[in-house]
Ligand binder design. Structure first.
Ligand SMILES: Cc1cc2nc3c(=O)[nH]c(=O)nc-3n(C[C@H](O)[C@H](O)[C@H](O)COP(=O)(O)OP(=O)(O)OC[C@H]3O[C@@H](n4cnc5c(N)ncnc54)[C@H](O)[C@@H]3O)c2cc1C
Ligand SMILES: NC(=O)c1ccc[n+]([C@@H]2O[C@H](COP(=O)([O-])OP(=O)(O)OC[C@H]3O[C@@H](n4cnc5c(N)ncnc54)[C@H](OP(=O)(O)O)[C@@H]3O)[C@@H](O)[C@H]2O)c1
Ligand SMILES: Cc1cc2nc3c(=O)[nH]c(=O)nc-3n(C[C@H](O)[C@H](O)[C@H](O)COP(=O)(O)O)c2cc1C
Length: 725
């Protein structure tokens, strides 16, 4: 297979994600600006088309929080290009109803969060869409929708359903079946299936003459032979800088637009670690049995190095290049503060382990330049070709440590991008089998099921790859910040924010049987025998990147890059409103924040300022091993901050006892408090959240004869959940 046919591997794919929701205080448009934009849309009647609709372009809108929808949008743009169609990606943050009214073909890729809510970047769009006063004539528009969601949540793909319903209300016509991406299973496969079986056939029909749409010629991008096939996705070059040289201006303007993660990199802050302590009575951090209480000092927040002052990257960088030279957290500028509200979310940018960074540096051939400074400069194409994917100048080490997801499970799309760099024909053959159109089953069997890491994939299938550093830094999925529910009270400690983190860890079986099955299927490239033996026998473990960073490596990283997002957890102001809290494991975080806030309220306003009925259900494994914040909870009960503390120790007896069992046991009291207008807060794993809701329905039926109470609480938003898979 030649390089040209190898370039046909480019396309389809996704970056999967851990997640979070709601608003970055520092990045969002102001409320006022939002209102202005959406109200303009709401009152506008789109009867006058002074310009004909754009009939030659497929507009791809995305609503994304953690980058998956955005990655799919990029894949559709590539697919359009392969069919020689114009495509334009639009961040829903930049949605303009007047513009939509002039478009003919639009694809919407929208993720759902919370109670069927939009992502941050789709809030204004959602408001415009669902506002009953919105008048719009979208009759020229032909659209397709794919939802990104997770069946574990109650409101599966609700945003996509709303988009479909409301666009139809405005006269737009849906051209194909709605895509239903389920992150609980294989969302990349859902996307590939939908785009190939539904979206493209429908778009081809919609363009009327099928011949108007060329058959896909993957990788048909290069304009001239000097431009490599990956240049479209990785348009910038890098330049090594002299440490003392003045910093050149950034190559591109605007960090918003189509880059979800760049927003975080440019707008979050670096804060020092103030407290780092183990919460478990018995901990074994190596085995993953560790839960840490970590506090950050917000009063010393600094702008990350490489980020221009005022966070507008049209300006010249002013931070010293030397500041970003080391791999650890560098000082940056001390500027601006970071504020939070009790039980908000703290987004934390993890750092990859040094050993991982050094392995990749070696593989990329840049070990000797790890501490050299780089910046981006104009690359292929026009002067304005591309935004900076992350702040520069910084060292190569800094970029690999913080901005590259080197440990996540690689997606097919990512691997196709990297496949361009493979030199050896035999390796190219194996890659085509795995990553090509026909390789769905082979990819699942040989890459997904054994949970091959990027490193393992490169060691087995890409030994001959010669990577270009600039391209690697741009094509590698961006490191995602992970959300943690804040476990401190902003009224008690406004400048010190706490999170409660448990390490994610599990062991993986050795690769020996998988390598054998690869060989049996004729897909194992010729590897050096000793290397093959080493990979076969190697002990494999999976350790979560961010939880390991926070639980085990803060002594090496005394400052961490974070951002604050709003959550839906808010204590009712009215002290007469009862509160029920249900939490398992680290789900205790927001409840601990509430308990501290209530204690503070009582200290300031006296007993009448706090509710007298505050019930906490808490589940962990052992009373003497992982009962986190035990002393604080017992003191809260003793002091009357909590009226009831109901514990579920799952492993103290032969049968598992979970919080949902305790909710059922205390059904009468729970229903009584809910009937009095009480709030139910639930936090922890999604499976636990679902079982707690079912338990509530069961006790409601048992006590009142119907589940109306639960429906009513749902409508009044008195059931507040923060669940993660
Ligand atoms: C709103 C919200 C609030 C949260 N609050 C808290 C909290 O208070 N405390 C807390 O401890 N956590 C919390 N989390 C979870 C937290 O955000 C992170 O998801 C968690 O710490 C794991 O991140 P990690 O980087 O350690 O793991 P990651 O490196 O992101 O790995 C976890 C994911 O990797 C994937 N994976 C599985 N196997 C492998 C493999 N072999 N190789 C590579 N990847 C694999 C899976 O998708 C898995 O979910 C919250 C999550 C959300 C959405
Ligand atoms: N996305 C992530 O990577 C991530 C990161 C951190 C936590 N989590 C999830 O968040 C939750 C809390 O994690 P953690 O490490 O803090 O706590 P944990 O130790 O895993 O669990 C806390 C308690 O919850 C119990 N539990 C397990 N499954 C349950 C269920 N279906 N319903 C009710 N209780 C259940 C556990 O019992 P047993 O262990 O005895 O079954 C234990 O007693 C877990 O569901 C975990 O999977 C996810
Ligand atoms: C805190 C949280 C809440 C979520 N709520 C929902 C939900 O209500 N309905 C749903 O279908 N999916 C829900 N999801 C799943 C996401 O929509 C899904 O992971 C999606 O792929 C994210 O896409 P993105 O990376 O583009 O943001 C939730 C995920 C998280 C982390």
């Amino acid at each position: 297979m030649d390089t040209k046919s190898l370039s046909s591997l480019v396309a389809f794919g996704a970056a999967a994600a851990a997640a979070g929701l709601t608003i970055y205080f520092l990045t969002r448009r102001t409320q006022e600006e939002e209102e202005k934009r959406t109200s303009q849309g709401a009152v506008m009647a789109f009867s006058s088309f002074d310009e004909a609709p754009d009939e030659n372009t497929v507009f791809i809108y995305f609503g994304s929080q953690t980058g998956t929808a955005e990655a799919f949008a990029k894949d559709i743009a590539t697919q359009a290009e392969e069919r020689q169609l114009e495509a334009e990606i639009i961040d829903l943050e930049d949605f303009n109803p007047k513009v939509l009214a002039k478009q003919k073909y639009a694809v919407f890729l929208v993720a759902t969060y919370g109670e069927g809510d939009p992502t941050d970047n789709a809030v204004a769009f959602h408001k415009w869409l669902t506002n009953k006063n919105t008048e719009a004539d979208l009759s020229p528009l032909l659209f397709a929708v794919m939802g990104l969601g997770n069946r574990q949540y109650m409101h599966f793909n609700e945003m996509a359903k709303k988009v479909e319903r409301h666009l139809s209300r405005f006269g737009a016509r849906n051209i194909c079946k709605r895509g239903e991406g389920d992150d609980d299973q294989d969302i990349e496969a859902d996307f590939n299936d939908w785009s190939s079986k539904h979206l493209w056939p429908a778009l081809e029909r919609a363009f009327r003459s099928p011949s108007a749409v060329a058959s896909p010629k993957m990788g048909a991008t290069p304009v001239s032979s000097n431009i490599p096939p990956w240049a479209k996705k990785a348009p910038l070059k890098i330049k090594f800088l002299d440490k003392n040289a003045p910093t050149p201006p950034p190559p591109a303007k605007g960090v918003t637009g189509t880059d979800t993660h760049a927003r975080f990199y440019f707008h979050s802050k670096i804060v020092p670690v103030a407290v780092d302590r183990e919460l478990r009575q018995v901990a074994d951090s190596h085995a993953g049995l560790t839960t840490k209480h970590v506090e950050f000092d917000l009063s010393s927040a600094r702008t990350p190095p490489g980020v221009p002052s005022g966070s507008s990257d049209t300006e010249t960088d002013s931070s010293s290049p030397a500041a970003a030279g080391r791999g650890g957290a560098s000082p940056g500028r001390r500027e601006g503060g970071l504020t939070y509200h009790t039980a908000d979310n703290l987004d934390v940018l993890p750092e990859n382990e040094t050993a991982v960074v050094e392995w990749f540096a070696e593989r990329l051939g840049v070990s000797k330049q790890l501490d050299s400074l780089i910046c981006f400069e104009h690359g292929f194409g026009s002067e304005d070709s591309g935004k900076r994917p992350f702040p520069t100048p910084c060292s190569v080490r800094y970029a690999l440590t913080r901005f590259c997801d080197l440990c996540g499970l690689p997606t097919k799309s990512q691997l196709r991008d990297f496949a361009h760099f493979v030199q050896d024909d035999e390796e190219k053959e194996a890659l085509l089998e795995l990553l090509g159109e026909g390789g769905v089953r082979a990819f699942r069997k040989h890459v997904k099921e054994p949970e091959l890491s990027l490193r393992e994939f490169m060691e087995i299938f890409m030994t001959s790859a010669e990577f270009d550093l600039a391209a690697f830094l741009q094509l590698c999925p961006r490191q995602k910040p992970r959300p943690y529910t804040i476990s401190s009270s902003s009224v008690e400690s406004p400048t010190q924010v706490a999170v409660t983190v448990s390490r994610v860890a599990n062991d993986l079986p050795p690769l020996k049987p998988h390598l054998q099955s690869l060989k049996d299927d004729g897909l194992l490239p010729a590897l050096d025998a000793s290397k093959l033996a080493e990979i076969s026998e190697r002990a494999r473990t999976f350790r979560g990147v961010c939880s390991s960073f926070l639980c085990c490596r803060l002594d090496h990283s005394p400052a961490v890059q974070v951002g604050v997002k709003q959550s839906s957890f808010r204590l009712p102001e009215d002290p007469k409103v009862p509160i029920i809290m249900v939490a398992a494991g680290t789900g205790l975080a927001p409840m601990r924040a509430f308990v501290r806030e209530l204690r503070h309220r009582r200290q300031v306003g006296g007993p009448s300022s706090c509710p007298s009925e505050v019930v906490l259900f808490f589940g962990c494994q052992h009373e003497e091993k992982d009962y986190i914040y035990k002393d604080e909870l017992q003191a809260a009960l003793k002091d009357g901050i909590l009226s009831d503390l109901v514990l579920a120790f799952s492993r103290l007896q032969a049968e598992k006892v979970y919080v949902q069992h305790r909710v059922k046991e205390h059904g009468k009291r729970v229903v009584e408090l809910c009937s009095k207008g009480g709030y139910l807060f639930v936090c922890g794993g999604t499976a636990m959240g679902r079982s707690v809701r079912e338990a509530l329905e069961e006790v409601s039926v048992a006590e009142t004869g119907s589940s109306t109470l639960v429906d009513q609480m749902g409508e009044e938003r008195r059931i507040v959940e923060e669940l993660w898979a």
